[in-house]
Design a protein around this ligand. Structure first.
Ligand code: GLA
Length: 678
């Protein structure tokens, strides 16, 4: 990540997607006045404006954008200027029908919405770079432009295209990966199985719909290719912008949230000048505050620990779930300030003004259909004031001593077809482990499996690491050897980077560190559960997974008390080198998992940020000469918490304890004894 190209705005950024082209010009002046009233400092413009900016190929109309940028500048509002390449115009597809994407079943999709293009289409790439270049040339020196917003949510609707052009691009990617050696590919993919051996590169196709289960390594390389293919579109646009405007940072909005798994953001993040993320709540998630925290910690980790921007979330309901719930009183403020607590240096919404037409007319916005005579508007103005009061938090970081291993390759491989259990979901398994740490107020970073600097953590957790390469396994082993504590979840270390089973017993790559040997997997059926016994809370149960394990150096901390594996270890602890390695070979009920993780972290010497009552989130951001303690009441009971300093949202001094209002937030600046240096 570039150090020179940073977003240079004072304080925390505040704003949203601004689409004035969807409104008559009379409305724009009102927008400016209301943005000022709400404390908006930056808006994203032009995200879906391609058809208006380029009415026909190579013919540009910048008249509207000129006025919009002028207006923003006159009102002291910065522009995050988008390249509109997520929504190619109709004229483009009429000229280039081959750029339309084809789905797994061979169906060609039509234009008429957005992100309906083939990522490998040369015509699309040329057109996208054309409009990006024209915008860059025109606006590189415009004083309103603070950042480039490249495209929008890469891969949201078109992460995979199965057309012949994509097939050719996939083959090129494979040739590069396997050094043009077809035997190496055959070996990696295990194509001796089911007569899949390839004799000619031209025989290789994307994993299109076929009669039986696909080859796992073929699938996995395909997912890697699709992520890389979109990444190359991002870097190509970024480079065009960079050439024209070397000092302006570029971002693209990630989607680190439930269910979106198309992109390997560990590969993407270093290419961005500023990491930004979109996060939306799932209406059916009763603890969406945990999802916000998890995604915030993951995005901050992707950003190398540096602050990031929340590019989109919603003031109220979205429009794309089966039923779209509104937020409860105070929830919008808690959500936004939780993102700040987890490292966001700016908060933005989709979108500024609620649309009256188009597919998103029922999506909430900062300025709702009802206008300023609305609760949401009041909340938006309040949040602007809050962010203003928190300006000094900008640039502060996180002091986590616990890391959770997160890997998109492991996720893709484990969730592919023909697994021992089709019920395993990577993000759910990670969240199961993250939730009790969050509830206890323990700060967490996320790391890639081969992270070079694990030694700065006391405790590393790998809740779900089905796939791990030798370097990743060796790094985790070294961490334990040097005195760290590692806890590994079931069905981890099972396969290498080619999805080949690691032979000799489960959990393959981690057998030696964990001091256990498994010889058979016993996934549980839906509704089936087992009782656990040992040094765990009475009445403990487990579902989803079990395995026949014997000890080869570890001690059993808990065993199965019933079922076919009665007496077999379910939780083990092993001293390895100067450290300790735990193996949780099953999926305990949440209370048991919380108790297990509490013991593990206490033995590892990891303490919470502060003891807080249930339902209060506590997060620390670490500044140069002060720490910022965020207390967020998700339970609605309020609390009195020991603290000293200044409560920034009210500006009042805090002596001995701070009051967290019911359903509210308190942020205490605590002075540190000595400045830490930048
Ligand atoms: C995504 C997109 C936005 C909008 C929102 C609606 O995040 O980037 O353009 O469609 O979803 O929630």
């Amino acid at each position: 990540m570039s150090t020179e190209r940073r977003l240079r705005l004072p304080g925390l950024a505040y704003g949203g997607d601004y689409n004035p082209e969807q409104w008559p010009e009379e409305v724009w002046a009102q927008d400016m006045a209301l943005m000022r009233a709400a404390g908006v400092t930056m808006v994203s413009v032009g995200i879906f404006s391609w058809a208006l900016l380029e009415p026909s190929q190579g013919v540009y109309d910048f008249s509207r954008m000129d006025k919009i940028l002028e207006l923003l500048h006159d009102h002291g509002i910065a522009a995050d200027l988008a390249t509109p390449t997520a929504a190619p115009p109709a004229w483009f597809f009429r000229a280039h029908p081959a750029a339309l994407p084809v789905d797994r079943d061979g169906r060609t999709l039509s234009y008429g919405s957005r992100q309906t293009f083939c990522p490998s289409s040369p015509a699309y790439r040329a057109a996208a770079l054309g409009i990006a270049g024209a915008l860059a040339e025109r606006y590189a020196d415009h004083p309103a432009v603070a950042m480039w917003h490249v495209h929008n949510e890469y891969g949201c609707h078109n992460a995979e295209c199965f057309c012949d052009t994509s097939a050719a691009a996939f083959r090129n990617w494979l040739r590069a990966k396997y050094g043009n050696d077809l035997d190496a590919l055959n070996d990696a993919w295990g194509t001796a199985f089911w007569s899949q051996w390839y004799y000619d590169w031209a025989e290789i196709l994307p994993p299109r719909a076929t009669g039986a289960d696909p080859n796992p390594t073929h699938q996995l390389d395909w997912r890697r290719f699709c992520s890389d293919e979109l990444l190359s579109l991002f870097t190509a646009e970024r480079d065009v912008l960079r050439r024209a405007a070397p000092a302006i940072p570029a971002t693209t909005n990630f989607m680190v949230m439930h269910n979106f798994d198309a992109l390997d953001y560990w590969r993407w993040a270093p290419e961005l000048d500023v990491v930004s993320n979109d996060h939306y709540l799932r209406s059916t998630d009763p603890e969406s505050q945990i999802d916000i925290a998890l995604s915030g910690d993951l995005v901050r980790s992707l950003a190398g620990g540096r602050p990031w921007l929340l590019m989109e979330h919603s003031t109220g309901a979205v429009n794309w779930q089966p039923v779209n719930r509104a937020k409860t009183p105070g929830e919008m403020r808690r959500n936004a300030l939780a993102h700040v607590a987890h490292g966001a240096d700016g908060i933005a919404y989709f979108q500024w003004r609620a649309a009256k037409a188009g597919a998103e007319q029922w999506h909430s916005a900062m300025l709702p259909h009802a206008g300023t005579d609305s609760q949401i508007w009041q909340d938006v103005v309040q949040l602007g004031a809050d962010l203003g009061a928190l300006a000094e938090v900008r640039g502060s970081t996180s002091p986590a001593r616990v890391a959770i291993v997160w890997d998109w390759n492991a996720r893709w491989a484990m969730e592919a077809p023909s697994q021992p259990s089709g019920a395993l979901r990577f993000q759910d398994l990670v969240r199961d482990w993250y939730a009790p740490l969050w509830k206890a107020g323990v700060a967490v970073d996320f790391v890639r499996p081969d992270a070079p600097d694990l030694d700065r953590y006391q405790l590393v957790l790998a809740p779900s690491l089905y796939l791990v390469d030798d370097a990743g396994a060796a790094g985790l082993a070294a961490f334990v050897e040097h005195g760290g504590t590692l806890a590994v979840g079931f069905h981890s270390g099972a396969v290498d980077e080619n999805c080949h089973v690691r032979l000799g017993g489960y959990p393959g790559a981690f057998r030696e560190i964990l001091g256990v040997h498994g010889d058979e997997l016993f996934p549980l059926l839906p509704g089936q559960s087992l009782t656990l016994a040992g040094q765990i809370p009475p009445g403990a149960s487990a579902d989803l997974w079990s395995e026949r394990l014997r000890l080869t150096g570890a001690q059993a901390v808990a065993t199965y008390a019933d079922g076919p594996l009665a007496g077999v270890p379910a939780l083990t602890r092993h001293t390895y080198g100067s450290g300790t390695a735990w193996y949780l070979a099953t999926h305990p009920d949440p209370a048991t998992l919380a108790a297990v993780l509490q013991r593990i972290r206490q033995e590892a010497g990891v303490r919470p940020e502060r003891e807080v009552p249930d339902g209060i989130e506590v997060v620390r951001r670490r500044g140069t000469d002060a720490d910022y303690l965020f207390f967020i009441d998700h339970a609605g009971h309020g609390a009195e918490i020991p603290a000293d300093g200044i409560e920034l949202l009210t500006g009042k001094p805090v002596t001995g304890s701070v009051t967290v209002p019911e359903g509210g937030v308190a942020v205490v600046r605590e002075q540190v004894a000595e400045a830490r240096g930048a």
